[in-house]
Design a protein around this ligand. Structure first.
Ligand code: FAD
Length: 478
């Protein structure tokens, strides 16, 4: 068992890793990081210039970090609620931002279809659901904002939600049509195959120690060096470990549990014929979905920022909290009482790259001129990162496009002070958001029914969800 619990469900079938890069090498373009963003950058650059000599170096295996640990919910969205996005950026920019995120979803769907990638893509749509009346009011306001900006994101009344999914847990919701589900690690592995077929040199188990910008730039490896005319860094939450975007891209760890496959009866009890991906409307929202073999992947809770002693400035790459997994298991049964007794077979966590202003960073790094960066998707990377190669290709080929004028096309992000101040500040901020999620105006909190009260109260025991994996009952080192 790894320090972050089990391995992600998606990462279990591994393919043969490509040989590491050792010694001195040269490429026209060097890409650092083999998650969605790095793979997408390589694919787009090769598509634009098939003759380009591209080398991609990955510390582990492709998709081993966030791209192989996420819940594979492909959906639109960036920054936060559309009503607030409008207030902050104005109607025109807010509309462009949301449209770009929708376009990213469409680009991923087209990529999968055109390349004939078997990654279990299902175009299911996505629901964002309110757990309280106050959230329902916010979602209604968002539906009006979407409509006035020209997007079709309808509000669903409680009864409509209950027709989509058999639970009375939610007060209402939004339906996003352009969204789906996929197996993210398979997408990464298949993209790697396509890159190899097109002549990209992929080197796994090849960690980059440092990058020296210049013409050419030098990428220092653990056992060698790669010299390149253009470097693209796609290391997301781990970027500060390279000495880049320190205090600007921060790793926040989010948790996931995965159940055993549902029996026919249990599956039928959930309704959920449309199999939509679901997120709730809290600050610390839960997100969940069905897999092809009808397991439920259920993620979320309060994210965790952990700085380890030997990596104080950058933040730890691996962190998890036992309590969060237990809370997720409890919430799952609160939403679907019919799942009582269901086995939780796996749980894991992974690091998302976050910025203080909750916008990604895609562009030429201010602190390392000539080096391009794509990362910090703030939880929206299945669509945004997988589609980001198009913008990286535009930037690398010095070509202006609508993609290169979005607010997240930039070379840096707001700065957070170093640890321990950062850890204290983030802890307080996350705590305040969590408190806000727990407090609604008096009388507005959704009243749980008697069964749910029992479950949430003294008589609830996590053991009601049977745990098949002994590691679930052990403490996990963080
Ligand atoms: C548990 C979880 C659930 C999520 N759920 C969703 C979801 O449902 N929908 C959604 O849109 N987003 C979700 N996300 C976010 C999404 O997974 C990420 O935004 C996305 O995968 C980021 O892709 P990336 O390529 O930028 O980063 P990563 O996938 O993290 O890739 C970075 C790569 O760089 C490599 N690397 C790092 N340092 C070095 C180095 N020094 N040398 C060489 N290689 C290096 C890493 O090994 C890694 O493979 C989730 C994230 C997590 C963790």
């Amino acid at each position: 068992m790894s320090a972050s619990g089990d391995e992600s469900l998606w990462l279990l079938p591994r393919d043969e890793p490509c040989a590491p890069l050792e010694g001195a090498a040269r490429a026209e373009v060097a890409i650092v990081g083999g998650g969605f963003a790095g793979l997408s950058a390589a694919l787009h650059l090769k598509e634009e210039r098939p003759e380009l000599d591209v080398a991609l170096v990955e510390a582990g295996t492709v998709g081993c970090e966030a791209s192989g640990r996420n819940t594979g919910m492909l959906g639109p969205g960036v920054w936060g609620r559309i009503s607030l996005l409008r207030k902050k950026f104005g109607d025109e920019v807010a509309a462009r931002m949301f449209r770009a995120s929708e376009d990213a979803v469409s680009r991923v769907v087209s990529l999968v279809r055109e390349e004939d990638i078997d990654c279990e893509l299902e175009e299911t749509g996505q629901l964002q659901l309110a757990t309280t009346e106050r959230q329902a009011r916010s979602l209604r306001e968002d539906a009006r904002a979407f409509a006035s900006l020209g997007f079709d994101v309808p509000y669903l009344e409680k009864a409509q939600v209950e027709r989509a999914i058999a639970t009375d847990f939610y007060a209402g919701g939004l339906r996003f049509e352009r969204a789906g589900l996929l197996d993210p690690a398979r997408l990464c592995r298949e993209l790697k195959r396509r890159l190899l077929e097109r002549g990209v040199r992929v080197h796994e188990r090849t960690r980059v120690r440092a990058i020296s910008p210049g013409k050419p730039a030098r990428v220092e490896l653990e056992n060698g060096a790669l010299v390149a005319d253009q470097v693209v860094v796609a290391t997301n939450a781990l970027t500060p470990r390279l000495g880049l975007l320190r205090g600007r891209v921060v790793p926040l760890h989010t948790h996931v549990i995965s159940t055993e496959p549902l029996s026919h009866e249990r599956r039928a009890a959930l309704g959920w014929e449309g199999r939509e991906g679901i997120v709730d409307a809290r600050n610390f929202f839960n997100y969940y979905r069905l897999t092809r073999d009808d397991r439920i992947l259920f993620g979320g809770g309060r994210p965790l920022y952990r700085a380890s002693r030997d990596d104080v400035a950058a933040g730890a790459s691996v962190a998890s909290r036992e309590k969060t997994w237990e809370e997720l298991a409890r919430e799952l049964v609160s939403i679907f009482p019919a799942l009582e007794g269901l086995r939780i077979e796996r749980r894991w966590s992974g690091a998302m790259g976050f910025t203080l202003d909750r916008l990604p960073v895609v562009g030429e790094l201010e602190e390392a001129r000539g080096v391009l960066y794509a990362g910090a998707w703030c939880g929206h990377g299945v669509a945004l990162a997988t589609a980001s190669g198009a913008a990286i290709a535009d930037l690398a080929l010095r070509r202006a496009s609508a993609r290169t004028t979005l607010p997240w096309i930039r070379g840096s992000a707001p700065w957070l002070p170093p640890d321990p101040l950062r850890a204290i500040g983030l802890g307080a901020y996350l705590g305040a958001l969590s408190l806000r999620d727990g407090i609604d105006p008096v009388g507005e909190r959704k009243k749980p029914d008697a069964k749910t009260r029992r479950r949430e109260g003294v008589d609830f025991a996590p053991s009601r969800l049977r745990v098949s994996n002994p590691s679930m009952s052990k403490g996990v080192k963080t």
